[in-house]
Ligand binder design. Structure first.
Ligand code: SF4
Ligand code: MG
Length: 336
């Protein structure tokens, strides 16, 4: 069976007075049915632009998707009409964001907001809407669901609000949930609870999840596979176990070394010096070269290809693997 989501050669650029800014630059990534894929990288790597591209929400102008395909159950979303996209968003593909940025309206009761999310896509009776809302609140582990329907968002804690947002996202039983930094604003204990909840929903509702985060600790907890993004490109991709036991790209290694070591109680053992370059600022060579302790002369001249291991399951974009790895196939699709 084909993947739920299959992104091939996606390119999304922004056009400013300074010229073209390639925020997402030729990415190939897919998610199988029931799988949780983590997209990891620092802020400014192109993770959120990837998710907005899938949802058809790139602000245009200044943004534009200039290449690639986004196949959702085999349908290319880049060819879908706005009407079709409206019927997909919130229904077949749902999204949740970082807590304070989530879209609970402070003026409306929780119940009304849940039912509104449902009413957009389902023509049901009021009683059935209410029943489904209660079912979802129970499913996300919120007690006294009946009372909660009449509560306002400010009466809930941050963790509870995020559970409501998840209930709202899942209420139409989407095939794909895109979660963009869903736990970043929450404290560690609540974070773990929310991640466990997402894993549970992934299993019980068989929803595929794209989990976007800067935190490898978060992906270790729940993901099946990981794609590491740097400056608009995927630099490494594999199953979660391989990424943690056999990381290959120097950026992945740096991120891993930055995961707090719980036993030693130090907050950070190592963090990668420098910042993600502004998209478009590096005209040639590997985008990580400025920060890479292994950089060779040609790293500053040529963009590294993708090399693959484990029959293509593990891919890495770095010249260090030119000899060991197999050359990997990359999609090039220009949008007309
Ligand atoms: Fe470092 Fe060169 Fe590999 Fe880029 S291609 S990550 S600069 S070694
Ligand atoms: Mg972001």
């Amino acid at each position: 069976s084909h993947p739920v989501l299959d992104i091939k050669g996606l390119r999304t650029s922004f056009y400013t007075d300074d010229g073209e800014i390639p925020a997402v630059d030729h990415i190939d990534v897919h998610i199988h049915k029931g799988e949780i894929l983590g997209i990891v990288g620092e802020s400014g790597c192109g993770k959120s632009v990837t998710s907005l591209s899938i949802m058809g929400l790139i602000p245009s102008p200044p943004g534009r998707i200039i290449g690639g395909n986004i196949l959702f159950n085999g349908e290319n979303l880049l060819d879908a009409s706005e009407k079709r996209m409206r019927s997909i968003r919130g229904n077949e593909i749902a999204m949740i964001f970082q807590e304070p940025m989530t879209s609970l309206n402070p003026l409306f009761k929780i119940g009304n907001q849940l039912i509104e999310a449902l009413r957009t896509h389902r023509k049901w009776s009021q009683a059935k809407y209410k029943e489904r809302a209660i079912e979802m609140l129970n499913l996300v582990g919120l007690p006294r669901a009946e009372d909660l329907l009449n509560a306002y968002p400010h009466q809930l804690s941050g963790g509870m609000r995020q559970r409501v947002m998840i209930a709202m996202a899942m209420i139409c039983d989407p095939k794909l949930l895109i979660a963009d930094e869903p736990t970043t604003a929450l404290d560690v204990t609540i974070q773990k609870q929310i991640l466990r909840l997402m894993k549970k929903l992934n299993k019980t509702m068989n929803t595929s999840i794209m989990l976007i985060t800067h935190d490898l600790g978060v992906v270790a907890e729940v993901c099946d596979r990981i794609a590491v993004m740097y400056a608009g490109k995927i630099v490494e991709q594999s199953d979660v176990k391989t990424i943690f036991s056999d990381p290959k790209h120097p950026y992945t290694k740096g991120l891993l070394a930055s995961v707090p070591d719980i036993r030693s109680k130090t907050s950070r053992l190592f963090s990668i010096p420098g910042n993600v370059p502004k998209p478009g600022s590096i005209k040639k060579g590997c985008r990580f070269a400025e920060r890479c302790q292994y950089a060779m002369d040609h790293c500053f001249e040529k963009d590294p290809d993708l090399y693959s291991f484990n029959d293509g399951e593990h891919q890495v974009r770095c010249f260090l693997y030119e000899k060991e790895g197999e050359s990997a196939h990359e999609s090039t699709i220009t949008t007309s």
